[in-house]
Design a protein around this ligand. Structure first.
Ligand code: NAD
Length: 342
């Protein structure tokens, strides 16, 4: 039986492989009776081609209305003076938390049974991109300078978000990652505020911290020790890609950008122009992003069903796309998954 569709959500197919994998994902969501009523909107090159804007007003207004979006990968327009789509979205909707689960689905790889979640601060740090040159002698660009900043309020908000997630999802430990031994102020206040927040959760969630370089090493040598990780913008950017490499790469990595005014769900990968239009793309990263979206709206039941279906299809069924070492097309995988779920 299908549930009635009651939750308005913005759907952005995106560029390159975006429309192919989005078709697949919407089919799967329909198969399980997901509650979303889609408002289809443009962004990326599709937006530039249609209205000369990579993030059209109409798309922003749609997300403002729905507070919820599933977004395909967008090709970043080169030149033309376009502002970064992601930065605009993060600012517009205050998307302060980037959440990336890392979980082993395919057995037999280098890392079995990995299951942790990383939260990355999404608005501050070095991503403020306040950069300039300083002249040295007769070289006007002799030195390059970049300024990062972290506010106590934002540090508290992201760490608290990670702890609340831990409580709600039965996670035992939050690990805060920093470089407070060198960037004593910039990431020092992240650690300071983190420790204060941890006090509020004492007895419910364990807390520890790691210096980022040691954490990178431990993610490779013993990733099983991690449960929930929370870190600053740049460190999170790098460590979360490292994490996706532990569990099958970009085709298996979903992410969410969560804020007070909206939540935007997407695959971590880009528009993959090298395989676009060939029917070879792996739709699972975007599908897992849709699964996160189902959890976000309280439909853990449907999320579990799809996760189970994915696991059966790619393990017992052995249906895998090329990036996972198989020879299934996007359509083959979609059909097999649908059959598994019906
Ligand atoms: P990419 O992630 O698009 O591709 C990297 C490699 O991974 C390619 O070989 C590609 O074929 C492969 N790949 C990616 N997703 C796959 C999938 N689902 N199935 C099978 N193989 C997959 O990175 P790129 O080539 O550096 O970037 C291409 C464009 O995407 C650029 O314009 C970039 O700015 C943009 N981009 C967008 C986002 C986003 O919208 N969130 C993220 C990253 C890159």
């Amino acid at each position: 039986t299908k549930d009635s569709k009651t939750i308005p959500a913005t759907l952005i197919p995106g560029d390159g492989i975006g429309p192919e994998i989005m078709d697949s994902v919407v089919e799967i969501l329909d198969t399980v009776g997901a509650p979303f009523v889609w408002d289809k909107q443009l962004a990326g090159m599709a937006g530039v081609d249609a209205v000369n804007d990579p993030l059209p007003k109409q798309t922003i207004e749609s997300i403002r209305r729905t507070s919820l979006a599933l977004k395909g990968p967008l090709t970043t327009p080169v030149g033309g003076g376009f502002k970064s789509i992601n930065v605009t979205m993060r600012q517009e909707f205050g998307l302060f938390a980037n959440m990336r689960p890392t979980k082993t689905i395919i057995p037999g790889g280098r890392y079995e049974d990995i299951d942790f979640v990383m939260f990355r601060e999404n608005l501050e740090g070095y991503y403020a991109a306040m950069e300039h040159y300083v002249p040295v002698g007769d070289d006007p660009k002799g030195i390059a300078l970049s300024t990062g900043y972290n506010s106590r309020a934002e540090c508290r908000r992201i760490v608290k978000f990670a702890f609340d997630y831990a409580v709600a999802n039965n996670r035992k430990t939050v690990t805060l990652v920093h470089k407070a031994n060198i960037l004593k102020l910039l990431t020092g206040i992240f650690l300071e505020e983190g420790r204060k927040v941890a006090e509020e959760y004492k007895g419910r969630v364990e807390f520890n911290d790691r210096i980022v370089d040691a954490c990178a090493m431990q993610l490779v040598t013993n990733p099983w020790q991690f449960d929930v990780i929370v870190t600053t913008n740049l460190f999170g950017d790098i460590l979360s890609d490292l994490a996706s490499g532990l569990v099958g790469g970009l085709g298996m990595a979903p992410g969410a950008n969560i804020g007070e005014k909206a939540a935007v769900f997407e695959a971590v990968h880009g528009s993959a122009p090298d395989i676009a239009g060939k029917g070879l793309a792996n739709p699972l990263a975007l599908l897992m992003a849709a699964v996160m979206m189902l959890q976000h709206v309280g439909r853990q039941d449907l999320a579990d069903r799809i996760n189970h279906g994915i696991k059966k299809t790619i393990t017992e069924g052995g249906i895998r796309t090329k990036d996972l070492g198989g020879n299934a097309t996007t359509k083959d995988l979609t059909a097999a998954l649908k059959q598994q779920l019906s």
